[in-house]
Ligand binder design. Structure first.
Ligand SMILES: [Zn+2]
Length: 238
């Protein structure tokens, strides 16, 4: 019997007929309910309604309901995202009116990915990135891919994570922590004098006040100054 061992790149989709020959792949079934973990505030009917109203997914559903896959020549007239969905025709499954893509993942077995309409994509990312501890791009992608699919999903997730304010702030260089200044302890009067200016409400032109405190005795003196120039202070101490 033919045995195939492969390494899969990101977003690799293994055709079902090939996957059946891969010996190392566990064929674990993932429940449909998994998809709803990404959209806990919505029920099936809400999502079905949004799938049908989505310009790409809705158009795909219309075509799917005709039960005829468009020819390649017909697909050329369609927009690229719709062509991407049409190429997945053989991997589509409909359950309770919702459209899923079925893939075989080398690590997780069969995955049932819900086709997410554009309106819900950021909501999915909010649940799979913001509410899951702002994990890095690859991990966020894995979380979403296990349950959902939309064309260009990886780039959308990458863009979302790169613009995430919380992720940006957490990666910014943090300022170096400077040790707190030690206390100066005076052993005798007038050994250490604390000097500072304060400005009072203007009254009779006397608003500049120099405050001096002796660290040992805590004796404080406030001195009104007409000028606060360096020369004035030097004159006081000389
Ligand atoms: Zn983030």
């Amino acid at each position: 019997m033919l045995k195939i061992y492969l390494t899969f790149a990101v977003e690799t989709v293994v055709p079902n007929d090939l996957a059946s020959n891969i010996q190392s792949v566990p064929t674990k079934s993932v429940y449909t309910e998994e998809s709803f973990v990404t959209l806990p505030s919505l029920d099936r009917l809400d999502i079905k309604d949004l799938q049908e109203r989505d310009p790409v997914v809705g158009k795909f559903i219309e075509i799917w309901n005709t039960k005829r896959k468009p020819l390649r020549s017909e697909q050329r007239k369609c927009d690229k995202p719709l062509v991407t969905l049409l190429r997945q025709w053989d991997r589509i499954e409909v359950e309770d009116g919702l459209i899923y893509r079925i893939i075989i993942d080398p690590n997780h077995g069969q995955l049932k990915q819900m086709k997410v309409p554009a309106m819900l994509r950021n909501k999915v990312l909010d649940n799979c990135h913001d509410k899951l501890g702002h994990q890095e791009i690859e991990r966020t992608f894995t979380n979403v891919r296990l349950r959902c699919y939309w064309p260009g999903m990886f780039n959308h997730i990458k863009d979302y994570c790169k613009k995430c304010e919380r992720c940006i702030v957490s990666k910014m260089p943090q300022p170096a922590i400077t040790p707190a200044m030690g206390h100066l302890i005076a052993n005798r009067p007038l050994q250490i004098l604390a000097i500072d200016f304060t400005v009072l409400e203007p009254a009779y032109g006397k608003e500049n006040v120099l405050v001096m405190t002796d660290s040992f005795t805590k004796f404080t003196r406030a001195q009104y100054l007409r000028k606060t120039r360096k020369q004035t202070l030097l004159l006081m101490y000389c």
